[in-house]
Design a protein around this ligand. Structure first.
Ligand code: VGL
Ligand code: ZN
Length: 200
C-alpha cells in the first residue's frame, strides 16, 4: 500500500467507451482486471464519469450538417464532435461491468450543455473548475496515478491539468486505451512526457 498522499484516479471506465459502446475504444474493456487490482495499492480511489445531458454541445447530432470526429470552433476553442455518448443515467454512461466501485468518490463531468469537459479538473474552457482539486488538497492527496479512458483525451487532459496545478502525476499507459485520432495517442504521450508526467 502506498502512503496516505497517493490517490488513484480511474478515468471514464464506462460502457460507451468500451467496444460495442457509442464511442468504443479498442481494448477498453480489457483494462478492468488490471485497474481493479491496482486499487488495492492506493489509500484513496476516485472514479470519474463522463455525464452529458441529451443534446450536449459536444455531440455532432447537436450541430446541423456536422459528423462525428469533425472539429468545430466553440467560444472556448476548438472542439471535436463526438457521437452521442454517456447520457446521464443511460446504460452507456454506467461503469463497465466488473469494475470495482468501492471508490471514495465519483466525480461527474461534462454536465453543462454548452461546455465539454475532458479533464477531471477543469471544463474545456480551462478555467471552470470541477472541484476535484479542492477535494484532493483538503484530503492531503498530492500524488496522483491516472488510468482509464481515453488516454489521448480525458486521461491526458486530466494529467496535464494536474501537473500544472502542482500535483506529482503518473499515468500508466498499459492501463489506458486511446481513441487515436490523427496521431493523438503519440502526441498525448509526448505532451505528457514534456509536462514532467511519469509514464509507466
Ligand atoms: C472522452 C471524448 C468525449 C474521454 C469523453 O473520456 O476520453 N472522450 N468524451
Ligand atoms: Zn464526453
Amino acid at each position: 500500500m502506498r502512503d496516505r498522499t497517493h490517490a488513484l484516479i480511474v478515468i471514464d471506465m464506462q460502457n460507451d467507451f468500451c467496444p460495442g459502446g457509442a464511442l468504443g475504444v479498442a481494448g477498453g474493456d480489457a483494462l478492468v482486471g488490471g485497474i481493479n487490482a491496482l486499487m488495492d495499492d492506493f489509500p484513496a480511489v476516485i472514479l470519474t464519469q463522463d455525464w452529458h445531458p441529451a443534446g450536449h454541445s459536444s455531440f455532432a447530432s447537436s450541430h446541423e450538417g456536422r459528423a462525428p470526429l469533425e472539429t468545430i470552433a466553440m467560444p472556448y476553442g476548438p472542439q471535436v464532435l463526438w457521437p452521442d455518448h454517456c447520457i446521464q443515467g443511460s446504460d452507456g454512461a454506467a461503469f463497465v461491468p466488473g469494475l470495482r466501485q468501492d471508490a471514495d468518490m465519483i466525480l461527474r463531468k461534462g454536465f453543462r450543455r454548452e461546455l465539454d469537459s475532458y479533464s477531471a479538473f477543469f471544463e474545456n474552457d480551462h478555467e471552470t473548475p470541477t472541484g476535484l482539486e479542492g477535494y484532493l488538497r483538503s484530503r492531503g492527496l498530492s500524488r496522483l496515478t491516472l488510468v482509464g479512458l481515453a488516454l489521448d483525451f480525458c486521461v491526458a487532459w486530466s494529467a496535464r491539468d494536474a501537473a500544472r496545478l502542482g500535483f506529482e502525476v503518473a499515468v500508466v499507459p498499459e492501463l489506458c486505451a486511446a481513441i487515436d485520432l490523427d496521431g493523438s495517442r503519440d502526441a498525448a504521450l509526448h505532451d505528457m512526457r514534456d509536462a514532467g508526467i511519469a509514464l509507466g
